[in-house]
Design a protein around this ligand. Sequence first.
Ligand code: SF4
Length: 321
Amino acid sequence: MSARREFVEGVVDLMRVAATRLPVDAHEALRRAAEREGNELARKQLEAILRNAELAGGLARPICQDTGMVYFFARAGRDFPLLLELEDALREATREATRRIPLRPNAVDPMRDRNSGDNTGSHMPWVDLELTEGDGLLLTVLFKGGGSEYPSVSRVIPPIQGLNGVKRFVVESMFNAGAMPCPPVVIGVGIAGGVDVASKLAKRSLLRPIGERHPEPEVARLEEEILGLVNRLEIGPHGFGGPTTALDVKVEYGHRHPASLAVAFTTNCWAVRRGTAEFKADGSHRIVSRHMGVRRWPSAASGCRSRSRRPGLWPSATCCT
Ligand code: SF4
């Protein structure tokens, strides 16, 4: 098998795991929320969400009928052999994943109002590329549902408002979103000098596992404070009330201009669909994110290649706990 074919197979495998199996951190956060939920209607929603996720994992079917738009976040070594054909290979993998998993075709040409039918099109899938040393690639896929993207908003606020203005903007944005993004959500917040950078950072912040705080204490405190404020809105699971509107808040920032403070707000719905794999120069891969119901087989330490699957027993499994 050529390195390109091995790579494409590995990306399809990664997309299958991400589309069908909740990350362990999301499952744990939903389970804890269900345990402490005192509002009966809200608790039933959380239990239905968990049951849905378990069925999807067991049947190797997408967690939600909206399988979302495809975002790739790639940290590529400058000597990764497929670097120049990376975007093309990711498009090929997306086409194959759409057919084989299957994924709902969600790429619509806005000029002609036509669906491409395979989740590819202009700037679709979106590829966010960072270069680093080495000859490997760390690749994360994020499926972003339409409902969770709908309330995304960015704005430049007067810098004099500072972080209080940021908090107000986020709480107001979540209030306006209501039940549209299928709460409980994970909120991504980007802060920068321009709305384009802030929006990218907000999306990238969603890659951090639920419960993992930002390494800088000031940012971590801001995340916790906004989480507390948002949960006082009592929108609750699917809008049924209760204290669990958001499972977490993530903040990423870039430096701003003295005269501009851009803030971006986005959400990930409860159907958190993200997964990460390491690829070697020969195209082989190892999934490094942890997903519900996916066993370490073979052991992660021994490496894991796409051809190592056990069909039938673990339909989408590679090597994660
Ligand atoms: S917002 Fe998420 S859970 Fe709701 S329909 Fe869209 S993809 Fe599914």
